[in-house]
Write a protein that binds this ligand. Structure first.
Ligand code: URA
Length: 214
């Protein structure tokens, strides 16, 4: 049903992911526990996000004999974290893909236009040649995610994916309209966005919960 909102949506329906996400949602979960769980869930997300990476056969010697063994072809990955909560996802993904490059993008919401404005951008020089995974734990209005993807396309990126913990139909619709070519990965699609742009039932402010700032 959520694929009707975004045709390239993958929801990670896996018992480990769903169980960990439930603990993250709980009000009483501590900052430390939330952060470790974000790392673990991100690692599991990275497993799914990279499922179709191209493989080549390379010659190796096992202790017993030579063989042609599978190896990832190219290995050109970049994780782009939307500051600041994206960092909580990027660090888990890096556990699984330690040689991936990491870019950062900072966006704030213009109080007048309510639109995202870029205040920080640092990308690897060869980002356009990489598979770029944009990470932000919460796909809420979708405006930051859409702006980030537009900026990366402007930088020449053409192989993009977006990963979040929670999405809502509102944010998915925005991405489907503005970036229908970009696959989206989420651990759950929640009910709605409230009047303060919080995801319901959600998990609260992901940045505050990751960094203990509230
Ligand atoms: N960002 C958050 O951190 N939480 C929400 O619920 C929505 C956006």
């Amino acid at each position: 049903m959520d694929q009707a909102i975004h045709p390239r949506l993958t929801v990670l329906i896996h018992p480990l992911v769903q169980h960990k996400l439930t603990i993250m949602r709980r009000r009483e979960t501590s900052t430390g526990e939330f952060r470790s769980l974000a790392r673990e869930v991100s690692l599991l997300m990275a497993y799914e996000l990279t499922r179709d990476l191209p493989i080549e056969r390379v010659p190796i010697d096992t202790p017993l004999e030579p063989m042609m063994a599978p190896s990832i072809a190219g290995k050109k990955l970049c994780i782009v974290s939307i500051l600041r909560a994206g960092d909580g996802i990027a660090s888990g993904m890096l556990d699984l893909m330690p040689s991936a490059r990491v870019g950062h993008m900072g966006l704030y919401r213009d109080p007048a236009t309510k639109r995202p404005v870029e205040y920080y951008l640092k990308l690897p020089e060869d980002v356009a040649e990489r598979l770029v995974i944009v990470v932000d734990p919460m796909l809420a209005t979708g405006h930051s995610a859409a702006a980030a993807l537009a900026r990366l396309k402007k930088a020449g990126c053409h192989n993009l994916r977006f990963a979040c913990l929670l999405a809502v139909p509102e944010g998915l619709s925005v991405l489907a309209a503005e970036h229908p070519d970009v696959p989206v990965y989420a651990c759950a699609v929640d009910r709605m966005l409230d009047d303060h742009a919080y995801i319901r039932p959600g998990l609260g402010d992901a940045g505050d919960r990751l960094f203990g700032t509230k």
